[in-house]
Write a protein that binds this ligand. Structure first.
Ligand code: BGC
Length: 759
């Protein structure tokens, strides 16, 4: 397509027509102008391609359900994400889908968000890195992605109406950072704006978000589409940078757009930008469209493998792996009917669902008893009794527990964090038999586990995709050594979650009052007990970490590192000290000791997964840059890292830091206080520029007052010195003999020094 030429020839009505979907899933097509159509489909972890406009949400093509993002996030494996993405991209090519609507990278602010299973992490670094890898995989197949839901969509309650309210630092550090990484590292063809408002303005009309930050700051030049039905005022949306409304509005907004341009309410250049972005997207897809085969059986194997890499072993009191000659009692409806995906727009019409029961024969001797159903909270006495009898005759008991479908879904939130009560009751009954009990969990987000202390094994399978049954059995029997770690904290109870007091908000406004203290940033800083910490997961082997090295330009760090100029290389050796091949996820956290800002006790800034045979040692490397140390400083509207000490921590989880090294950083210039008569003396003493002026003046005053030449500021008694810090400078005229003129002249001198620096 010659886009420049087409742009010149399009009528205003045609332009208005192009900036919204012409059906639920299609965009474009003006035959006379030579513009073809493209098709988009959900996303994010399988292809939900619907044939017609009228299709019911669960009526989509036969496709492969990969593990949900909650599961694959636990793999911490960027190569795996790329592999899944590549498979999805090929499926899209085969099905003529130009854009798959995912990944979804919203932060798991609360375990109760109904859509957490689709989201990656409570940590923006993990969300950004893992989604970038998936996007790069999909787009390697010349098919686009839609990074969603931009932004701050962290609850389903009132998702189309409520406002997520927070300060800019919280937005930047927690709720935008994952999007920023994905945009910069993988350049998604499209972004999808969220339904909610942010600080009062709908994301779909938010110029600050869609243009100032996304395009002007991050350099994004792709297309922004709306979430389905997220457009309130289309004209404001176009001016703000929302290119495409999905689906269409039945022509209503087309007419409004034409009228707005004709009456000067909307600049035609703004509409043109949107039209051009739509045309670029259509061209991008069609110019590289090719024949491809949707090999469902092959992709099913990828789905099984992905789940094997993602399962998290949370507890193992010498009970796993199960030996082939042990008799096991499999109990729980999820063993026969696994819950492997969540409800809503991500729902896949799965190709080949593998339950644990259907493959158990090939692993060892077992019985299966339903115990409790997979789809509700009902258990008759008879069902309970049958389960107990089965357990009596077994060497080990494996309970397949989890959340029924209706407990978590898109469009509403969970009201509590518990499993159905019948499951807890049955687990308690089984524990009375004094047999080893192992729990396998099928859930999209954390659950309370009142029995965690008493059971012998816990396997977190999450919603593990259509091959979950096979992957779980392989882990239980040691055919696969579990290697996943949690990409989110499991609090002991929902009340412990930092958003608990304000989650869901009131009067349609959700105040993110916990600020940057989300997930482990809160629990670790508070030194609070959790059920399982962020980054935690066990293996059937053991790993030892040694030889932490921190260097710049090939030499060990000595003296202060200028992080604005240099990158820091960190490496650590990991040895498999057990007798089974396994994989370890090595985590790097940074702890800011400068006290320049309120910060979490540490933040994740690197992770790598390494495969090691028994006895083998391998080296894991990381690279740190300015951003690894920085926080968003609202005083300068930019990322900022203070000079001073930082600790580089290498951990097996956020709560198990095994090696550390403290480094000195030459950071950004200190942010100088605003100089006026109200400036506090303590703020003036925090940086050398104003401090020198204050000390000089104080010295003069002390000497004048004491009549002695020899007195220094340091001779002032410590109490007076300490109290001085919170005094606005103007109070010197009240509490000392200084005249107003003298104080004003000091302020003028301070201003001059500060101006010199900023010049
Ligand atoms: C969801 C999106 C989805 C879209 C299309 C919306 O309700 O929030 O994630 O891509 O529907 O199905």
């Amino acid at each position: 397509m010659d886009i420049d030429k087409i742009m010149k020839e399009l009528t205003l009505a045609e332009k208005a027509y192009l900036v919204s979907g012409n059906s639920s899933w299609t965009v474009g097509r003006i035959e006379g102008a030579g513009i073809p159509e493209i098709f988009v489909s959900d996303g994010p972890y399988g292809l939900r391609k619907q044939d017609t406009d009228t299709a019911e949400i669960y009526d989509s093509i036969d496709a492969v359900a990969f593990p949900t993002s909650a599961a694959t996030a636990s793999s911490f494996d960027k190569d795996l994400m790329f592999e899944i993405g590549t498979a999805l991209g090929k499926e899209c090519q085969a099905e003529d889908v130009a854009v798959i609507l995912g990944p979804a990278v919203n932060i798991k602010r609360s375990p109760l968000c109904g859509r957490n299973f689709e989201y990656i992490s409570e940590d923006p670094y993990v969300a950004g890195e893992m989604s970038a890898a998936l996007i790069n995989g999909v787009q390697s197949q010349d098919v686009g992605t839609s990074l969603k839901h931009f932004a701050a969509n962290n609850q389903e309650t009132e998702r189309m109406y409520a406002s997520s309210d927070m300060d800019e630092r919280t937005l930047r550090e927690i709720y935008l950072a994952g999007f920023e990484t994905a945009v910069k590292k993988s350049d998604p063809w499209t972004l999808m704006c969220s339904y909610n408002r942010i600080n009062g303005t709908y994301a779909s009309e938010n110029k600050w978000l869609l243009t100032d930050v996304l395009r002007d700051e991050w350099g994004y030049d792709g297309l922004v589409m709306s979430d389905w039905g997220a457009v309130s005022d289309r004209i404001k949306g176009i001016a703000a940078g929302l290119d495409l409304e999905m689906p269409g509005s039945g022509g209503v907004n087309d007419a409004r757009i034409v009228e707005a341009v004709e009456t000067g309410k909307l600049a035609e250049e703004d509409l043109d930008k949107a039209v051009r972005n739509v045309l670029n997207l259509i061209e991008k897809y069609h110019s590289k469209k090719r024949e491809e085969v949707f090999d469902r059986d092959k992709d099913h194997e990828i789905a099984v493998h992905a789940e094997e890499e993602s399962i998290v072993l949370l507890k193992n009191e010498d009970v796993l792996p199960i030996k082939a000659d042990e008799k096991i009692a499999i109990i729980g409806g999820f063993a026969d009917n696994p819950r492997f995906q969540g409800g809503g727009s991500s729902h896949i019409n799965a190709h080949n669902i593998v339950s644990a029961v259907s493959v158990a024969d090939s692993f060892g001797s077992f019985t299966y008893t339903e115990g409790f159903p997979y789809d509700g909270d009902r258990m008759s006495d008879e069902m309970k009794q049958q389960a107990v009898e089965a357990a009596k005759n077994a060497d080990k008991v494996v309970v397949f527990a989890g959340l029924p479908d209706a407990y978590e879904s898109e469009a509403y939130d969970r009201s509590h964090m518990r499993l159905p009560e019948c499951q807890n009751i049955l687990i308690d009954e089984l524990l009375k038999l004094s047999k080893p009990v192992i729990i396998v969990l099928h859930n999209g987000s954390p659950v309370e586990m009142p029995w965690a202390e008493y059971v012998d094994g816990i396997v977190e399978a999450y919603l593990g995709g259509e091959g979950v049954g096979e992957a779980v059995m392989k882990v239980l029997y040691g055919k696969v050594n579990p290697s996943g770690k949690l990409a989110e904290s499991f609090p002991k109870k929902v009340e412990d979650n930092p958003s608990y007091l304000s989650y869901l908000g009131q009067n349609h406004r959700c105040n993110y009052s916990e600020g940057i203290f989300v997930g482990y940033r809160y629990y670790d800083t508070k030194k609070m007990d959790v059920l399982f910490p962020f980054g935690f997961g066990l293996s059937y082997t053991t790993f030892n970490y040694s030889n932490l090295k921190v260097s710049v330009g090939g030499s060990a760090v000595s003296g202060a590192v200028d992080i604005n100029a240099d990158k820091i290389a960190v490496s650590v050796d990991v040895t498999n000290t057990g007798n089974m091949a396994g994989k370890e996820i090595v985590q790097l956290y940074i702890s800011d000791k400068t006290k320049a800002a309120i910060r979490p006790v540490h933040e994740l800034k690197g992770f790598e997964k390494i495969a090691l045979n028994p006895g083998e040692t391998g080296t894991v490397s990381f690279e740190l840059d300015k951003r690894s140390f920085a926080w968003f400083n609202e005083a300068i509207s930019d990322w900022y890292a203070a000079g001073g000490e930082y600790v580089i921590e290498i951990g097996k989880s956020s709560r198990d830091i095994v090696l550390t090294e403290t480094i000195e950083v030459k950071g950004d210039a200190p942010v100088l206080p605003v100089i006026d008569m109200d400036v506090q003396i303590g703020d003036l003493l925090k940086n050398d520029i104003t401090k020198n002026v204050v000390l000089r003046v104080m010295k003069e005053e002390i000497q004048k007052f004491s009549g002695s030449d020899g007195l220094e500021v340091t001779d002032m008694d410590p109490m007076t010195y300490a109290m001085l810090q919170y005094l606005p400078i103007r109070t010197l005229r009240s509490f000392t003999h200084m005249t107003n003129e003298r104080v004003e002249s000091i302020v003028a001198a301070l201003k001059e020094e500060v101006e010199k620096v900023s010049r």
